[in-house]
Design a protein around this ligand. Structure first.
Ligand SMILES: C[S@@+](CC[C@H](N)C(=O)[O-])C[C@H]1O[C@@H](n2cnc3c(N)ncnc32)[C@H](O)[C@@H]1O
Length: 245
């Protein structure tokens, strides 16, 4: 297997996407910090997360639902024809995000369920699952038609806030890309999508607003043997780096 390459950026997700050329990306897998988190924080169910290692602030910034249209417009634009887009999502946000993504041109297939095995926060039916919205641009066949729509893996405990196990993204990347293709995550957090992508021989570009997220991701990807390309590139300087952009 050829070595995977990666490139990381720090900044706003939409601004970062705007630096990428049209139809240059093979897969987007991402997990924005939804405004629904604020509601849970307001009623106190996420107070234990306040002293995260993710930021010098108490918790990362939320990404307001009012910005979904510009986000999905950019994601649709940068994806090549015949590609997939996976959006980690909660049930409340799904109702808002789905029609906005469809308006930008995506076909919505279904929500996948990430079953975290153990229960988590909440008062009314404690949370054991998250959703992953499965969208398509054009037409692309999944690599394995025998995979179920429930992906089961224990949640990450005491990690980066809202950290996902790479094993979940591995299923999505394995289904929707070939080795050597380019996966991006505009809200990468601790880089679980990048870890999954590079360990499967895909290339990865990631971005986050938070410096610690970039540092954590870089270390994880280097530890896994991936090769880093220039991290300070801006879109207007994007040379052909062999990452497909
Ligand atoms: C839910 S976390 C991602 C967790 C990630 N999936 C993981 O496994 O670690 C969301 C991330 O979005 C980042 N973020 C918040 N607002 C952002 C923005 N406007 N642009 C880019 N990143 C942002 C936060 O710093 C946080 O790291």
């Amino acid at each position: 297997m050829t070595e995977s390459r990666f490139q990381l950026s720090r900044g706003d997700a939409v601004e970062w996407l705007r630096t990428l050329p049209d139809e240059s990306i093979d897969l987007v897998v991402t997990d924005p910090p939804y405004e629904s988190l604020e509601k849970h924080r307001a009623i106190g169910t996420t107070t234990r997360l306040k002293h995260s290692k993710a930021s010098s602030n108490d918790w990362f910034e939320i990404f307001p639902n009012t910005r979904f249209e510009e986000l999905f417009f950019e994601i649709y634009r940068v994806l090549k024809r015949d590609t997939h887009f996976y959006l980690f999502c909660d049930a409340e946000t799904m109702f808002d995000a789905k029609p906005k993504a469809e308006k930008m041109g995506f076909k919505f297939w279904k929500p996948l369920v990430f079953d975290k095995v153990q229960i988590g926060m909440g008062y009314h039916y404690r949370a054991r699952y998250e959703l992953i919205l499965f969208f398509e641009k054009g037409k692309r066949k999944l690599n394995d038609l025998g995979i179920a729509d429930i992906i089961t893996h224990p949640r990450v405990r005491n990690g980066y806030p809202a950290e996902k196990p790479p094993q979940v993204s591995s299923v999505l990347i394995g289904q929707s890309t070939q080795p050597g293709e380019l996966v991006i995550d505009p809200f990468m957090g601790s880089g679980s999508v990048g870890v999954a992508a590079t360990s499967l021989g895909r290339n990865f570009m990631g971005n986050d607003l938070c410096r610690e997220a970039v540092d954590i991701t870089r270390q994880r990807l280097l530890d896994g043997g991936a090769i880093e390309l220039n991290t300070t590139l801006r879109g207007d300087e994007h040379p052909q780096l062999g990452l497909g952009v």
